[in-house]
Each structure stands twice: as C-alpha cells, then as structure tokens.
Ligand binder design. Structure first.
Ligand code: NAD
Length: 354
C-alpha cells in the first residue's frame, strides 16, 4: 500500500501554499496517496465543526498530515470551539503531538532580507524545539469569570509534569547529538515554579548525553540574544508559550515567516503533522503571491521524519536553496526593487530544479 498523506490546507493562504507543496511532493514521490479535505473556516462555512469527522478519520488512516494554516479575522471574537484554530488545537491534543521542531535557516543570498545586519545572520542555522501540548495553553483552570466582588477576571494555568519535560528534552538532546551538540534550555526559573521543575528535569536528561553541552537561559535574555548573536544557538529547548514567541522572533531573522517549516511529532511512531509556522496571512490571501517555501520545506520534513526518505527530503531542500541562490524572491522578500515572483512562478522554479 502506498503511504497516505492527509492534506489539510485550511484557510487564507493555506490552500495556495499547501497545493504548491503537494506538487513538489508528487514530483519526487509519485507513489504517495495525497488526500485533501477541509478543516478550519473552510469546514465551519460548510456547517461542519473546525475539525470534521472526515478529517479526523483521514488523519487516523494516514502516515502523516500536511497542514496549511487556519484562522480568519471574522472568527476572532468567537469562543474557542467555534474558531477555525480549534482544528489544530484538537489535532495536537488528540495525537499528542508534543514536540514542535522548527528549523531556522538563512539561505545563502537571502541575508539582506533579514531584519538584522547580513553579517549577523549569514549561515544562521538553529532549531527551536518547542513543547506543544502542555504549559499555559492547556493547563486548567482556564476561564474568564466574574469574581465574588463582581469584577471581571480571567485565569490561565501553567502546568507541567516531569515526564512531559523529560520527553521533549530527549527530542532536543537527540537532535543536538546530530548537529553542533549544544542545547540552550530557555525558562523563567527566577519567577516560575514550572521553570524550576523544567530546569531540574532537563539537567537530569542531560546526564544521559555526555557529548552534548547544556546551557540555561532566562526567556527575556534569550529574546535579546536571538537578535544579538543568533548564530551562538544550536538547539533551543523551551516550553510551549516561550517557544511560540521565540520561534516567531527567530523566524523573522530569515527575512520572512513564509520561509519556515515545522514538524509536530508525537507518541505515534513516525506520524507527524507538518506545517508552515506562519498563519493564514489574510492581508495577502487570494492574491497568489504567498511564499510557498515554508510549505514546501514542511513537505521535505514530512518525507524525512514520517517516511524515512532522507534522499528526497534533501533533494527538495537543495532545490529551494538553489532557487534562492539564483536570486528568485517572493514579494515579501524582495528588497530595493528586486523583481518578485508569485507563488506559481516560484513553485515552477523549484520544480525545475528538481
Ligand atoms: P500570519 O503569519 O498569518 O501573518 C503575519 C505576516 O506574515 C503577514 O504580513 C503575512 O502576510 C506574512 N506572511 C505569513 N506567511 C506568509 C507567506 N507564506 N508568504 C508571505 N507572507 C507571509 O499571522 P497573523 O496575521 O498574526 O495571523 C493571521 C491568522 O492566522 C489568525 O487568524 C491566526 O490565528 C492564524 N494563525 C494560524 C496559524 C496556524 O494555522 N498554524 C499560525 C499562526 C496564525
């Protein structure tokens, strides 16, 4: 049986970039059974929940999920369960996708698109490992309410148990072992109890990896060091909310969130959800100008992690590198009058390189 890939393009630019990525996947692996279905606002508009049963059933029988993005401004005021983003929340929770892997690389030739000086980002290559199913995004109680004195109040709860920290730390150390062998664990241990536990558990796990060095950094300092000396980082290990924020900061060092792929891996062996780190980009949706790089590189990560196909993953990554090295730019990356390619033209360059 050929491997099945659940393709969930979602909303906004999601379908534009995801379909580009599927064309790249099909070019290198024509044997894959890529099956598309709607989630997010696309499903809500059809009178279905954000994650329809059909989408869940498709994910259940698939080897991996290629995801676009979900969420549109008109749903912002709705309660969580009626928002497009609920689809992603459920997928992460129900498949226990606890490890979010976000490689951040500056491609040769793209240094000038960065928000930092080219000499600070040239050759930048780091990975953020973000815990994805715990912390303040999932802890209970989590509610808005009226206090006993009639005043409006709200509570979110940051909660971690040692095994959750242990397993995400292992992902970081395993990866560091194959890279430059350095983990920076980011926390806020001067204030947060969860961070004190985090630090203790990470230190325990580090003992199992004598070849990997470990440094701890407070999250406020990490935010600063990321824009000061980003190349000093190899693997950044952090909890859910800190990782959410730091990985977007790291992303913009590359010039665009549209460049950054991610993998969300969990407890089901080889299964994973692969998606651009950016959102639905309502400001450019429908114009056909979105950068498909993040989606294409997410497909490469899918091949590597879920299908054990390192060769084709590397082929796709090398093709994208050559396209950028040749001077090709999508609109948000073009600087000083550089000509910009639309999504389709960029895709065609990648396909030509393959
Ligand atoms: P966003 O990432 O959608 O957009 C931020 C900026 O980056 C915009 O200017 C956008 O045009 C640009 N951008 C993003 N991806 C791009 C690409 N591929 N090519 C070119 N430019 C790109 O973030 P936002 O505006 O904060 O969020 C918009 C919606 O997306 C919200 O509803 C949010 O909830 C949702 N969202 C979804 C996900 C997800 O599905 N994983 C992630 C983040 C945000």
């Amino acid at each position: 049986m050929p491997p099945t890939i659940a393709v969930l393009p979602g909303d906004g630019i999601g379908p534009e970039v995801t379909r580009a990525a599927v064309r790249v996947l099909r070019a290198v692996r024509p044997d894959l059974d890529c099956v598309e279905t709607r989630v997010g606002a696309a499903a809500l508009r059809a009178g279905e929940p954000a994650l329809p049963d059909a989408a869940r059933a498709l994910c259940d029988r698939s080897d991996a999920v290629l995801f676009g993005s979900v969420g549109l401004p008109e749903y912002e005021a709705k309660p969580m369960a009626e928002r497009p983003e609920y689809a992603l929340f459920l997928l992460r929770r129900d498949y226990e996708l606890y490890a979010n892997v976000r490689p951040v690389r500056v491609f040769a030739g793209l240094e000038s698109a960065s928000s930092l000086l080219p000499e600070l980002v040239r050759g930048l290559d780091l990975v953020v490992i973000r815990e994805l199913t715990g912390g303040i995004y999932y802890g209970r109680p989590k509610e808005q309410r009226t206090g006993p004195d009639g005043v409006e109040e709200a509570v979110d709860t940051m909660f971690y148990r040692a095994p959750e920290i242990e397993r995400i730390a292992r992902v970081a150390f395993e990866l560091a072992r194959k890279r430059r062998k350095h983990v920076t664990s980011v926390d806020k241990q001067n204030i947060l109890e969860t961070s004190r536990l985090w630090r203790r558990v990470v230190e325990r796990v580090a003992l199992e990896y004598p070849g990997v060095t470990l440094a701890h950094m407070l999250v406020d300092n990490a935010a600063m060091q990321l824009v000061r000396r980003p190349r000093d980082f190899d693997v950044i290990l952090t909890e859910n909310m800190f990782g959410d924020i730091l990985s977007d900061e790291a992303a913009i060092l590359t010039g665009s969130v549209g460049n950054l792929p991610s993998a969300s891996l969990g407890t089901r062996a080889h299964f994973g959800l692969y998606e651009p780190i950016g959102g639905t980009a309502p400001d450019i949706a429908g114009k056909g100008i979105a950068n498909p790089t993040a989606a294409i590189l997410s497909a490469a990560m899918l091949l590597r992690h879920s299908l054990d196909d390192d060769a084709n993953a590397s082929r796709i990554e090398a093709a994208v590198e050559r396209v950028f090295a040749s001077g090709a730019r999508t609109a948000e990356l073009a600087r000083g009058g550089e000509p910009a390619l639309d999504t389709l033209a960029f895709l065609q360059r990648v396909l030509a390189q393959l």
